[in-house]
Design a protein around this ligand. Structure first.
Ligand SMILES: [Zn+2]
Length: 431
């Protein structure tokens, strides 16, 4: 991998708020950031193997997609504008039963290509046949937290949990350290209490976080009231879920006590505004969560409910939705939206010691955004431009673990046309 150096970029590290530093130098050696700071203070140790001219580019940490179901790219556009339950039971689950390993592999490859193009350098995946999705992520070079889906109502749920534990052990730190598995009970309404308790015990035992959907809809809350006699987050506290690190997708329907529980327990709340809007799930109280000190990241959710993996768009939606919801245009400003999309996601995935900001000692997951385009002028405020004016296609270069995977709009290794052809073949067979 060697020495990667980027010179002259407008730089946002997200380590010091969202300050923009003009013309800084960035260097990574073997994937680890060794310098990010003023050009005049930089003391080069050696000649770079890869020197990137950052002029007219904005350098920032890669986006973290903290909740998705990557291979559901194959479902994109196949079932829209439906209620959540019939959507799942009539459209999604019957097709998922037909999934073969190569479908998950190519669906995930398509997702990886889409995310790398959109500046997403790390994602949290919950999907069937996780070995296949993980194989795709390793080959694509992207960073990933994989997990299979544990559905407690299946007759072989215990076997699936045992396999999931083995998967976590087999794949921990795979892909040169880019893979960090989790255990993923789908949700409290699909995993009865005894199953959830077994998953929590297993996660504590092997030291992995849990990835789960919580309080996505009013019906989910009603289900918790019926089964536990209390609301979702209170019920999950009661059974000890928050005794291990948790990335909890959605967290839409919360009362004040639950907001406090999420903040106190340092749960990684993953806000998915696009999915919540499309499925009419509701609006997560993100400003209230942040005011309470909760950890919040952003997720796209799967492509059947979004319908893309564009995390920048989620940051834009998060900022706008919070303003509509509160009636307060100062709610969730651009700087906060950018923080959620990067550092917040890393914190939600328990990866903040490795990624999420551009700081010496962290892994070099970074992107360069082309700001020499009409919608980036005049340059009053580049953070504002990124959140309120930019689009994912402005990302020109994507670097994961110090390796340039997309350079000036071209993949360095992935064959995009081959991936699209295989993914379409899989979709043709499934539908
Ligand atoms: Zn989901």
């Amino acid at each position: 991998m060697g020495i990667l150096r980027i010179e002259g970029a407008e730089t946002i590290t997200v380590a010091d708020g969202c300050q923009v530093h003009s013309g800084w130098t960035f260097e990574a050696v073997d994937g680890e950031i060794t310098y990010v700071g003023p050009a005049e203070e930089f003391q080069p140790s050696d000649k770079p193997d890869d020197l990137i001219d950052g002029a007219n580019s904005l350098l920032l940490p890669g986006f973290v997609n903290a909740h998705t179901h990557a291979a559901m790219t194959l479902f994109r556009g196949s079932a829209d504008d439906m209620q959540l339950q019939p959507w799942l039971e009539e459209k999604i689950w019957p097709v998922e039963r037909k999934l073969k390993p190569e479908d998950v592999y190519w669906g995930t490859m398509l997702a990886a290509a889409e995310m790398l193009r959109a500046g997403v350098t790390c994602y949290n995946d919950m999907y069937h046949l996780p070995e296949q999705g993980t194989r795709a992520a390793i080959e694509a070079g992207i960073r990933m937290c994989p997990s299979g889906v544990l559905l407690g109502f299946l007759s072989n749920a215990e076997d699936l949990l045992r396999e999931a534990v083995e998967f976590c052990q087999d794949y921990d730190e795979a892909g040169d350290g880019r893979i960090k598995p989790m255990l993923a009970p789908h949700a409290p309404y699909t995993c009865p209490r005894p199953m959830l308790e077994k998953v929590i015990a297993a996660a504590a035992d092997i030291g992995v976080p849990i990835h789960i959907h919580l309080a996505e809809t009013e019906e989910n809350v009603q289900s918790a009231l019926d089964n536990y006699g209390m609301r979702t987050i209170q019920a999950m506290k009661e059974i000890g879920l928050f005794s291990v690190p948790v990335a909890a997708a959605h967290c839409v329907h919360l009362d004040e006590t639950e907001i406090e529980i999420l903040a106190e327990s340092q749960v990684g709340v993953v806000h998915c505004p696009g999915s919540n809007m499309k499925l009419s799930s509701g609006i997560a109280p993100v400003p209230e969560l942040l005011a309470a000190g909760a950890t919040v990241g952003l997720g796209t959710d799967g492509c059947a409910s979004n319908n893309n993996l564009d995390l920048l768009q989620e940051a834009q939606l998060a900022a706008l939705l919070a303003k509509v919801h509160t009636g307060d245009p100062t709610a969730l400003p651009a700087e906060v939206a950018l923080t959620l999309a990067t550092r917040g996601g890393a914190e939600a995935l328990n990866l903040a010691d490795r990624i999420g900001t551009l700081e010496v000692g962290k892994r070099a997951d970074a992107i360069l955004v082309d700001i020499d385009r009409p919608h980036f002028y005049p340059r009053h405020n580049l953070v504002s431009h990124l959140i309120y004016a930019a689009r994912a296609s402005d990302v020109r270069t994507t670097i994961v673990d110090g390796k340039v995977l997309l350079r000036d709009g071209q993949f360095t290794e992935l064959d995009e046309q081959e991936i699209i052809a295989h993914a379409c073949e899989s979709a043709d067979r499934l539908f």
